[in-house]
Ligand binder design. Structure first.
Ligand code: FSX
Ligand code: SF4
Ligand code: F3S
Length: 392
């Protein structure tokens, strides 16, 4: 059979989008029946915080495109935003620095993402909740009983496996992080690893890794969707949760469990210094004339060519800047073991399996083969993933 003709192809795509829309509508109607009512009127909240209707519509268009969905899904994204506060969330913290929670709480002026994150229904979060001791544990047990299969479990931090997990015990019963993780995640509708520690072990697992720390999957076998980064960008969790609200499923991921909509391309592919890379204009040492002119940071150790993330696009600190824009190369914080292999090097990676004498674009092609599996032109159609399809 040959390839379908253009008109056939577009009919097929339209049909698939119609089916996807139906699935979204059915799921959101079902959700309406099952979940508690919204705690706050989202439209009122936007008004109170000074976000105009026009800005909200602009945001929904941008988020729809970011999630690789066609514009017809914009009203569904708006509806999902209104329902954001209805999905109960349990946030577990294990071996980490709380930077992920900080990133999640960051906001100096309100934009739609920040307001959404403010409304999230956090039923349990050790740093933020008022309850302590037995009361906190009772709150957690209540979510597991009241919303089995309906709440989202977000895990921040690595899990120490050493001493049978006893390097990290939490609560009055002294449960290990392995026990808590298994108990809570087994009852969740979706499990999200927030940050590179939960995803890959990261800082707590860096050499010599005295506690034998691992990512959630490595320590427990529980598959997580990974919002990688140290810390990750909060925008990437907003989009992922919106997707879950719309379809009852997490977005499709690369082989490392990172959602393709946010981690499908390399830093190097989006970087504003890329024209200087292509022109062979490099910073040779810190403070030289190239540094003053904003040239490419590859030779002083930028790991953008090996790193999959959308930092140049979404930026940090109210979207004002990101590491390369601030003048330092990317240290690869969304990649496994970056503390051992990439961060300390203020020069290009020499490992021949990754870099060496290859050109940066060859490196990208190799990494694409390893880490990212085909982002289709109409990737929205493949953006629905069932639990258990990732981390493989
Ligand atoms: Fe810290 Fe989160 Fe890095 Fe880890 O971040 S910012 S060490 S990813 O688990 O708190
Ligand atoms: Fe940007 Fe780094 Fe790539 Fe240079 S090597 S273009 S600074 S991402
Ligand atoms: Fe991390 Fe590199 Fe982005 S260091 S924050 S992935 S620019």
């Amino acid at each position: 059979m040959g390839r379908p003709k253009n008109s056939q192809y577009s009919e097929t795509v339209k049909k698939q989008y119609r089916e996807l829309m139906e699935r979204c509508q059915v799921h959101m109607e079902q959700m309406d029946k099952e979940l508690p009512p919204a705690r706050e009127d989202f439209q009122e909240l936007l008004k109170e915080r000074g976000v105009s209707r026009r800005s909200f519509i602009k945001w929904t268009s941008a988020m729809t495109a970011a999630l690789m969905l066609p514009p017809i899904f914009r009203p569904m994204v708006a509806k999902a935003a209104e329902n954001f506060s209805r999905v109960p969330v349990v946030w577990l913290q294990f071996a980490e620095c709380t930077g992920c929670s900080e990133a999640f709480l960051r906001s100096s002026y309100p934009n739609v993402d920040d307001i959404l994150l403010d409304t999230i229904s956090l039923e349990y979060h050790e740093t933020l909740m008022a309850a302590a001791g037995d009361q906190a544990e009772a709150n957690l047990a209540k979510v597991l009983t009241d919303f089995p299969g309906k709440f989202i479990c977000i895990i921040e931090g690595a899990i120490p496996e050493g001493l049978d997990g006893k390097y990290l015990r939490i609560g009055s019963k002294g449960k290990t992080s392995i026990e808590i993780c298994k108990e809570v995640a087994s009852k969740a509708g979706a499990v999200i690893g927030m940050g590179s520690c939960a995803a890959f072990g990261n800082v707590p697992a860096a050499r010599p890794n005295p506690t034998d720390a691992k990512g959630v999957y490595g320590a427990t076998g529980i598959k997580t969707l990974n919002i990688a980064g140290c810390p990750p960008n909060a925008v990437n969790i907003t989009g992922t949760v919106l997707h879950y609200i719309m379809f009852g499923a997490l977005p499709s991921t690369d082989s490392l469990g990172r959602p393709l909509w946010a981690y499908g391309k390399r830093i190097h592919d989006y970087c504003e210094r890329r024209p200087h890379y292509d022109a062979g204009e490099y910073v040779e040492e810190w403070g030289d004339s190239g540094a003053k002119k904003g040239w490419c940071l590859y030779k002083v150790g930028c790991k953008g060519p090996y790193t999959y993330a959308n930092c140049p696009k979404v930026r940090f600190n109210d979207a004002t800047s990101w590491p390369v824009m601030a003048g330092h190369g990317c240290i690869g914080c969304t990649e496994p073991a970056f503390w051992d292999t990439m961060a300390p090097l203020e020069k290009p990676v020499e490992d021949k399996t990754i870099g060496g004498e290859h050109t940066v674009d060859q490196i990208g092609a190799v990494l694409t083969g390893v880490a990212v599996v085909g982002v289709a032109a109409h990737a929205g159609l493949t953006a629905i993933r069932h639990r258990g399809d990732d981390n493989e």
